[in-house]
Design a protein around this ligand. Sequence first.
Ligand SMILES: [Zn+2]
Length: 195
Amino acid sequence: MVECIFCKIVNGEISTLKVYEDSLNIAFLDVNPSSLGHTIIIPKKHYQKLEEMPENEAKELFLVIFKLAKIVPKIVETTDYNIGINDGKLAGQEIPHLQFHIIPRFEGDKGLPIQSLVKIEVKREDLPQLAEKIKKEIENSAIFKEGKKVKSEDIKSEEESEDKKPKKSAERDWQEFNFEKQDKAPDFSDARKGY
Ligand SMILES: [Zn+2]
């Protein structure tokens, strides 16, 4: 017996306003929308969290989200939207079946950006060490058979670009942060050969 509401939607036991379906995924309008056009995209198989998915199925799911993001906002006559996932209870996941949300945004909708969901005090000086730990884990992990290098040069050239316009605070934060102290990101070219 399937108890998961989204699995029941997949099985047709509960009707829904389905807008898309393929062999792996379906998308439907949220019954309790945050915004006009609020759309939920789920894999048909029951996974609670993103990391439970096989990589090939995750790719297909992301492709559906990518394509729907071109269509849904347009239909509700806006250009902007948030894409979100509540992955786990601490992140606010209510139904334990992996789900992506596309939430169209409108002028004066009083909504906030996704990074305003949580604000934990983090010391900026601790960040380089954290970045280093993540890079090391990526280097040692089998997950990244094929990695993308973080180009330090790209970050530097953005930092150096002179812009006379007043900066918003988030832009200023990025500019003030000294990325040059970072070591090089891991190089996956060898791993790629064997892939
Ligand atoms: Zn389910």
